[in-house]
Each structure stands twice: as C-alpha cells, then as structure tokens.
Design a protein around this ligand. Structure first.
Ligand SMILES: [Zn+2]
Length: 294
C-alpha cells in the first residue's frame, strides 16, 4: 500500500453529485505527486485535471456512461521516477503482413522498469483497483514507435507524450493486474485540444482502440476532426460498423459496472483472453483490418 493522502480542497462528493444509481459507471482515481519540479507544475494543475475530468463526464455521459471520481490523492514520489519510458524497449515495426492490432497480440508492449516502479508507488493494490482507471501525473512519459519510410526501412521516433493510456490493445495482460487501468498525464496545456486529453486517453482504455474514426483506419498519430479518438476537437463516440463499433465497445468494457438495488457493483464480464483489440468480449464489434493493411 502507498501512504498517499486525499488532496485537500478537492470536492469529490460535489463532482459525483450528478451520478444516477444503476447507470453504467466507470471509477476513476487521480494521483498527483506533491514534489514535482516547479517548472513542470503549471503543465498539470489540480484545476486542469478536474476540468479535464468534468469534460470527460460530458463526453461519456452523452453516450450513457457516467464517471465516478473515487479519490484524488497526493504524496511523495521518488524524483528518479518523474520521467519514464512507456515500454521496456522499442517495439517492433508493425503492419507488414498483418494489422497493428494483430501484431500487438504477437508482440505485446512491456512496461519499462521505471514506469512500473512509478505506478507501483502511487496505485494501491486495493479492492476493485483492477477495474478502476488510474490517472497518474508524471513529468514526462516517452513513447517510441516506428514510422515506415519505404518498403523496407523504418525510422524509430520518440515523442514526449502529454497523456498516455497504456491500452489493452498494446499491452494485453502484461501490466500487473491492479494497475492495468493506468493512464499517465504529463502536459495538458500543450495545444488547442489539450482540454480533451483526459477523455481521449480514457477512450483508449474504455473503447480499446487506437486513433481511428469512421473511415479512418488506426494509426499512431492522426490529426483530423470528428471523433474522440482523433487529434482534433471532435468528441463523437460513434456506433455501428460505420462508427467502427466504438460505442458498443465502450459499453462492454470490463471497467464498467452498474449498482444494483443493494448498492453492489455488478461488473461487465472481464476480458476473456488478455484484453487485446480482438478479445472475445468484442465478438461482432471489432473491425477486420487485414484487408486494409497493404
Ligand atoms: Zn491517443
């Protein structure tokens, strides 16, 4: 267990005041180290975190999912863990002979040693921790991936992320179970769409999809308007085959529950395999991308 404490001045009950008993709900916990560097502090403030959460409540509320803030805690974090790499090593290039989702099943991402240590220092192994989204604030999370330059050449690119979701479709079951809902937030002041970073990262976790929308196939970085899962102002979580089943996928997420009459959480079924894009829980609501990979 960690010895972190509730952050004073955060009105958790007020934020949750609009929750409706029995509606599909996702639990979210927020963790903000109290010793981050002065020069980082303005990039992720308490107000920005809460605003991002309230915006996420609106976006997911529009498709019938409410967000319950379970805790907002603070405490000391070893400064050696302020900056982490998202994975233990550069992942392999993807998409040569199968799509990125199938490729990730064969070669799941593995958390870096320091990312694992940082999350372990903040996220307690408490009841329902494995069904909670854990939003952890760090100073930098570096992600590396390959860009295809020609038919046989790939260039490794490393980016400083503003938010990263460590999604099931990339990591499968390689993240320790109690922290599998982790999302890092490192900068929500970067640009015009930073206001939706928290909702977008929650979307990766809850829809279990990459950057895709309607006719836009998944890719590492897609700057376009329309959907929550693109880098634009869009917030739509579309349904049906033309919407790549995003709304249907959201509603079967193992992170969702309903309270029964006694106030007991009735969870959606857990992933049947390891929680990749084509996990059996998404039977009939995933897109066969093989034809699109060329
Ligand atoms: Zn994203």
């Amino acid at each position: 267990m960690t010895d972190w404490r509730p952050l004073e001045g955060v009105d958790v009950d007020g934020i949750n005041a609009d929750l409706v008993h029995g509606e599909p709900t996702v639990d979210v916990a927020i963790y903000l180290p109290d010793n981050l560097d002065e020069r980082h502090k303005e990039k992720v403030t308490v107000d920005l975190l809460l605003k991002g959460l309230v915006d996420a409540k609106e976006i997911f509320g529009a498709v019938g999912v409410q967000i319950n803030l379970t805790s907002f805690t603070t405490g000391h974090l070893d400064p050696a863990l302020f900056e982490v790499r998202s994975t233990a090593g550069p992942d392999m290039p993807t998409g040569r002979f199968t799509n990125m989702y199938r490729n990730a099943e064969r070669h799941p991402s593995i958390l870096s040693r320091e990312a694992l240590a940082a999350f372990d220092a903040m996220i307690p192994d408490a009841p329902d921790a494995d069904r909670t989204l854990h939003i952890v604030v760090l100073e930098d999370v570096f992600m590396s991936f390959h860009e295809r330059l020609d038919f046989r050449t790939f260039q490794l690119k490393t980016i400083s992320t503003g938010g990263l979701s460590f999604p099931g479709y990339m990591y499968g079951a390689t993240i320790p179970r109690h922290m599998r809902g982790v999302i890092s937030i490192t900068d929500i002041t970067k640009g015009e769409t930073s206001w939706k970073t928290i909702a977008h990262e929650m979307g990766h976790k809850l829809l279990n999809v990459s950057h895709e929308y309607r006719s836009t196939s998944p890719a590492h970085e897609v700057r376009a308007e329309g959907g929550l899962m693109l880098y634009g102002q869009g917030t739509e979580i579309a349904s049906g085959p033309e919407g790549r089943y995003h709304r249907e996928r959201l509603h079967v997420s193992p992170y969702l529950y309903r309270l029964d009459e006694d106030g007991t959480k009735v969870w959606n079924p857990d992933y049947a395999e390891d929680g990749f894009y084509y996990d059996p829980i998404y039977e009939g609501i995933s897109v066969d991308l093989d034809a699109e990979a060329s």
